[in-house]
Design a protein around this ligand. Sequence first.
Ligand SMILES: C[S@@+](CC[C@H](N)C(=O)[O-])C[C@H]1O[C@@H](n2cnc3c(N)ncnc32)[C@H](O)[C@@H]1O
Length: 654
Amino acid sequence: MATPQDGNTIYLTEQEAERIRSIAKERVKKCADQRGNTKEPRDKTAAHQQATGAALMADMGGAPDPDITQIQGKGGHTIPAIAVGQPYPPCTASLSDLEPIKLGHLRMETHHRGKKLLVKRESPVVTLVARSWTMVQDGDGSDAERLEICLHKSRHGEDVLESTKRFIIKEPYFTLTDEGEPTLRIDHPSDLVICYEEPKPTEDAAAAEKLATIYKTQGNAALKQQDLPLAHEKYTAGLTVARRDIVVASNPDLARDISRNRAYVNLLLGRFDEVKTDSRASLTGRDDQRSKELDSKAYFRSGSAAYSQGRYQEAKRFFTEQQRLTPVDKDAKIQLKKTQARLREEESGSYDFMKMRSSLSQARPRVDAATFINNTEVKDSAEKGRGLFATHAIASGELLMCEKAFCVVWGHEEEALTAMTYDFRDDRIRVAPVGLSKVIVQKLLNSPSEIESIVDLYGDYKGDDKDVLNNEDGTVIDVFRVHDVISRNAFGPGSQFSEGARNASTGLWIHAAYINHSCTPNVMKEYVGDLMIIRATRPIKAGEEVLHSYDASLDYDARQTALMTTWGFECNCALCAAEKADGKEVRDKRMELVGEADAFINRTPWAGAKRLVFRKAQKLAQAIDESYDEGRWKDVPRMHADNIKAWLSKASPR
Ligand SMILES: C[S@@+](CC[C@H](N)C(=O)[O-])C[C@H]1O[C@@H](n2cnc3c(N)ncnc32)[C@H](O)[C@@H]1O
């Protein structure tokens, strides 16, 4: 992730950093000491009281959040601190292949592979910034335990533990909290299965049809109340019954109707893949006017889903079909026109940036625009993994590519959350856009067809490499892998709207994520809302690698530290090679002069500058220039005096 800018840089005091490290290490040590111990039974009444008290405190804003840490800087902000680097893979087995286990058989610090645990929530949910927890009991109430769900704790905007009372935990992980309390811990959303009410099996066609109709009516009522998760749940139950052969034989339209309704709910929930499968399942293919109107609706929903996914050719096919079925429908015409405009952008890279800029606001921070990447291709780049290359010559200043973000979380949005992560692997503390990770995981759960393009991005954690994306219980996502990808590939689109230390704006642009770093880049990027615009800053030859700067600091040591800490590499570009060869003493002296020059620029307006002052600026520029060794710096860009030279070019001495 790019370093937060504009006063949002986060500083941890040494004591706070040490506190975070020692909490994390202490927990790991305790877990190792207790590994394999049988779970102690919990007093159910005490467990209930503990969760009730904590939930009350949290609701009143008075509960201490153990994840929150103090950071230095304006206003003494706080920020969550989370330990990472102890990943484990999600359960990839289906529920039907797992063996039941009871709470009493759990072992400390163990992933109970091949097992499933049915629990009932018996307490209120304690909602903290980065996790939620509650107390659960065995199916028969014989024992209790704490259950916590980390980071990805909401589903469709609702706290997942709040959403119902009965859950199945796949391959339960029993461990300790940072405070040393035993807990069941869930990191991967797919490891927690919500138990919805199962439709009663019946062999009577009329009774089954009646039951499916009841679910449909309940779904419609929930939709009217805008309770989308409930509407989805009810339609899903309705479909389970309506798709049974006995119902299809007597009333084939019932499943079609429910599918059509669920497609609409899915569109509102952003579950775009399912919008399309539901819409397809709802098609009647009949020729009467009413059926054509219903089918037209289905194509409209599919088209809207494809459009939202940026799949404009697919959207065009759906909207064209909609127009064919209902030629007088104005919607189809409007959608087709919009889609044609996106296809033109995608093909030619011609955009109306002025119009886009003027349409942006805090309430509408995302642009309706397509991605243009025809000038570039992903190929192997020597010693840098894969990189992005120009497919033909690009003139200086020319638009190289434009990319609509896969996802941006703006600082002013509720989901924005920056955290400090302590990484066990290298003992480092980093700033991580965990809010962006959460939103992306939810987006992938909603649209599994997008998972592959995300997990294919660069990361140094590959999970168990099984790459199971789906099983009969739904979508499986390794959240540790997503976090790893985000931390190496996300960028900040700048403070176009409001943001702060705890809520920096961050986003992911999948194609641009293949661009490697250089301290002497050949492109620059700017943003219009969530559209990343990349232009050549000098002529780029056909086949040349496109390089941009991940960290533009003039200070070699600060830059190398940032590149190593966040992206895990040492830069060997010509500039870094020259600075490295200079040695620390020369670099420090040069940076001292840069500091003096910056201070001079800040306190001295160029307008009306006196001759003496002008002379001082010239001397500073000259001193910086003289710090370059002609041999080492031959053909290497000398940027340290750029600011003071820009001041000199504007000032005219009096
Ligand atoms: C945003 S990704 C860029 C695409 C990546 N090379 C890939 O194979 O997908 C960032 C990662 O690329 C590699 N990288 C980028 N610039 C580099 C450079 N100048 N030298 C070495 N590795 C670099 C690092 O591993 C870094 O963490």
